[in-house]
Every structure is written in structure tokens, then in C-alpha cells.
Design a binder for this molecule. Structure first.
Ligand SMILES: Cc1ncc(COP(=O)(O)O)c(C=O)c1O
Length: 456
């Protein structure tokens, strides 16, 4: 048992890294002079073509909607790609605000700030179904009513280089969210797309946990969660809703990553959007000079997808392991934390259902789909200290680390800070991806001891 139990870390445990599969991918590239030449030379702007093809095939089967390589641009991971999206499609001032679902993925804030948006980030609360659309609508309307917004970009005026600059950015993690663990309902996704179209906003979603999903029912067949049971990505909703996208660029982009399903160190991801959007993104200055920065890794990943090893790794290793850890975590939460007054606050669950499970046993099944890396709990009402203080005390006295709500405020937004004090700041985020089941159990027992010590 390690001294420190770290339920904060949103990282996959190293024991789950598919090193042998990666080695196969690397060998298949480096033992072929032709593939080696392609892997070790500068890459194409939109990324290694075989990877774009493989991603398109894989996403088509994952989301049950046809993807094509023209819609895909390979990236160096979701974080780097977020910066690229802002660089290409925004101009601070013309782009009025960046709206971030709160509690927010806190590491996204500095990416926004670095893109010139200091003081322009705004939080949008979540309710049981995900992002609060009415709050967002009213807030955007207020911003639009206030004076001083340019009607056209004043710097990024070259339409060849900057074919599309949006007035607003809306950033969300709609499925198995980091940190709230909520999954946005379908109707909320549709409302969000309509709102984005109305106000010239680009919805950027980090869809980095979607494929890690399983039935909540511990007895249900893992395969019961079928392809159509995945909530459609917002980029897919934009593709199909009310006659499809409003222009060639659309109002949504999906930011994907291999960090959580292969390993963060491969620094490879992708984005999917309208072909014109993907093409514009691939024409960033830094990309034009050398191609995607993770080019060689991308060639290994392409081999892993083409051989089916990545798909098997997800199905046969990651999902069963995370499912077992999830089940253990919730068992000990129910046993030790709920009686102390903790609440599970992960919103309305996403239901799958009545899908004929023909691939495995022919039974129709339905239930709740869960997944990703995290859960979010609200600390007991009668706790005399804040969740942030509880986390600090846990580290100091119990060698226990977990993320607390105060970390999840939207940088520089006073309203977000105030809402944290009243609401989501009383939450803690727990991750099951880093530790073994025994370590998770130990961590929750330490948390229970900590709470018993600090409460009256
Ligand atoms: C919502 C979200 N986006 C992005 C990332 C980072 O992705 P990448 O490693 O591809 O940069 C994470 C990792 O924790 C995440 O939770």
C-alpha cells in the first residue's frame, strides 16, 4: 500500500499502459523503410493520413455516424488542440467571452488566458442535466447588449488565413465530465447547438472519456451498452439537428485524445469538425512549418488502430478494470461516506435502453450508463470546514489527496467564485483511474476517518 493515496490524480495507472501494443505499432513502422520514411520526415498539415483514416473509421463505429478523414485533424492532445482552436478561430474582444461549464476543468483556464482572454472567462453553472442553458442565454444576451464589441475582427482580417472567427466560445466536457462526472442530456445538447448558432458561438467539447463506458448495474453484460447508447457528441448534434450546420464551419468541434485510452505521454489526439474547419485548423502557422508535433507517435497509434489492438485494449483491459474500480469505489462510498452525510452529485444519469443486444446474447437490456474517470460528491452539510480545508487536512494528516470544489472555479470570474461558496465548492472530485481497488478502498476509509475527526 503506498503511503499517499491520491484520488485527485486524473491519470491512468502505468500498469494499464499498453506498452506491448505500442511496441508492435512502433515495430511495424520502424521495420518498414517506407513507413519509417513517412514517420520520420515532417508530417502533413492535417496529420498522418493513415491515422486520419483510422480515426474516422473508429469514430464512425463508436458513434454510429459516418466520419471521414476530411473531418479529422490530428493534434498533440486535447490541451494543445484547445490552444490551436483559440489561435485560429478567435480574436479577443471580437470574441466576447469564453463560457466554461462550472465546476470547470481547471487546467483549461490557463489555456484560455494564454490565448489573450484574461478577464473574459465566465462560468456557466450545471444543473441535473448539464450546462444551464437559460443562465448561458441570459448571460450572452447581457454581454451582447453592453457596448464596445467590434462588429468585425480588427486583427484577424485576412479571410484566407482566418476564414471564420467566432463571437463566443463555449467550452464543455459533456460526457462523464471532468470534474462533475455529469453527462449532458440529449435535449440539452440540442438546445446548446441552437443557442450556439443563434449567437455565433463555437462549442468546443473535450470528448476524451466517452469510450470508457459500462452499465452501472454490476450484473449487466458490459456489451449491454451499445453503440447508439453513447450520447451523441455535440459535433454530431450540430451535423444533424434542424437541417444541419449553418455554414461550412459549423458551430461545434470535438476535441479527442489518446491520453486516457493509450497513455498521456503519446501526446496525440484529434479533432473532428466540418471539413472546412478541420482544414483551417491544419493551416496554423506552427503546423504548416513541420506538421503535427506528435507526428511519430501518431504513426504508432495508427498501427494500433489498424490492427485492432487499441480497440481490444479498451474493451478487454480498460473497461473491465475501470468498471471494477468504479464498483469498488461506489461500494465503499455507500458503506462509509453516505452514512456520514455525503451526497453523490453527478446529475441525472444517462440511460441506455431497450436495445437488442444481438452481438452477444440477443436479450434486450436497458439501464444506466456510467464511465470516464471521476465522480463528484458533496460533503456533509454539517461539516464545520470547507471542502478545500478538508482536502488540505486530508493531505496533512491522512496522506490522502482529492480535488476539492474551490479548485474548479473559472479563473477571474467573481460570479463563479461566489457560486462555488454556495454550491459546487462544497464538492470533491474522486478519480478511480490511478489506484487499485484495494488502494481506493483504503483512500475512502481514510476520508471517512478524516470526516469523523473534523465534524462536531
Ligand atoms: C476534460 C479534459 N480535457 C483534456 C485533458 C487533457 O488531455 P490531453 O492529455 O490530450 O492534453 C484532460 C485530462 O485530464 C481532461 O480531463
Amino acid at each position: 500500500m503506498p503511503d499517499l493515496i491520491n484520488l485527485q490524480l486524473g491519470w491512468p495507472s502505468p500498469s494499464l499502459f499498453p506498452a506491448a501494443d505500442l511496441l508492435n505499432g512502433a515495430s511495424s513502422i520502424l521495420e518498414s523503410p517506407k513507413k519509417t520514411a513517412a514517420a520520420l520526415i515532417y508530417g502533413p498539415d492535417a496529420g498522418y493520413e493513415p491515422l486520419r483514416e483510422q480515426i474516422a473509421l473508429w469514430l464512425s463505429s463508436t458513434y454510429n455516424i459516418k466520419s471521414t478523414p476530411e473531418r479529422i485533424c490530428v493534434s498533440s492532445g486535447a490541451s494543445a488542440n484547445l490552444a490551436n482552436i483559440l489561435q485560429k478561430f478567435t480574436e479577443p474582444e471580437y470574441t466576447r467571452r469564453i463560457w466554461m461549464v462550472e465546476p470547470c476543468y481547471f487546467l483549461a483556464c490557463p489555456i484560455m488566458t494564454d490565448a489573450g482572454f484574461e478577464g473574459r472567462l465566465r462560468g456557466v453553472p450545471e444543473d441535473e442535466e448539464g450546462l444551464d442553458i437559460d443562465f448561458l442565454r441570459t448571460s450572452i444576451q447581457e454581454v451582447e447588449k453592453s457596448d464596445g464589441h467590434p462588429d468585425t475582427p480588427s486583427v484577424k482580417t485576412n479571410r484566407t488565413r482566418y476564414p471564420r472567427v467566432y463571437k463566443h466560445i463555449i467550452y464543455a466536457v459533456p460526457t462523464f465530465a471532468n470534474p462533475s462526472a455529469k453527462t449532458m442530456s440529449l435535449r440539452r445538447r440540442e438546445d446548446l447547438v441552437r443557442l450556439a448558432r443563434e449567437f455565433d458561438a463555437l462549442v468546443v467539447t473535450d470528448d476524451v472519456y466517452d469510450v470508457l463506458r459500462w452499465p452501472e448495474d454490476t450484473q449487466a453484460d458490459a456489451d449491454a451498452v451499445h453503440l447508439p447508447d453513447v450520447p451523441p457528441r455535440i459535433v454530431d448534434v450540430d451535423r444533424t439537428l434542424d437541417g444541419g450546420p449553418r455554414d461550412d464551419f459549423g458551430n461545434a468541434v470535438s476535441n479527442g485524445s489518446f491520453s486516457k485510452i493509450i497513455a498521456p505521454g503519446v501526446r496525440t489526439g484529434w479533432n473532428e469538425a466540418m471539413p472546412a474547419f478541420a482544414h483551417a485548423l491544419s493551416s496554423l502557422g506552427s503546423t504548416k512549418s513541420g506538421g503535427c508535433p506528435s507526428h511519430m507517435s501518431a504513426t504508432f497509434v495508427a498501427e494500433m488502430l489498424a490492427s485492432g489492438q487499441l480497440q481490444s485494449h479498451i474493451k478487454d483491459t480498460l473497461v473491465p478494470t475501470y468498471r471494477a474500480r468504479y464498483n469498488t469505489l461506489f461500494r465503499v462510498i455507500r458503506e462509509h461516506l453516505l452514512p456520514l452525510g455525503f451526497h453523490i452529485s453527478t446529475g441525472k444519469p444517462y440511460a441506455y435502453g431497450h436495445i437488442s443486444n444481438g452481438a452477444t446474447n440477443g436479450h434486450a437490456q436497458s439501464g444506466v450508463v456510467v464511465g470516464g474517470y471521476f465522480t463528484y460528491l458533496t460533503v456533509p452539510d454539517d461539516l464545520p470546514i470547507t471542502a478545500d480545508q478538508l482536502a488540505a487536512r486530508g493531505l496533512e494528516k491522512y496522506d490522502l489527496k482529492f480535488a476539492s470544489g474551490g479548485m474548479m472555479t473559472v479563473e477571474g470570474d467573481e460570479g463563479s467564485r461566489e457560486r462555488a461558496v454556495k454550491g459546487y465548492g462544497r464538492g470533491i472530485r474522486l478519480c478511480w483511474a490511478w489506484h487499485t481497488e484495494a488502494e481506493i478502498q483504503e483512500g475512502i476509509e481514510r476520508l471517512a476517518s478524516l470526516v469523523k475527526e473534523v465534524r462536531p
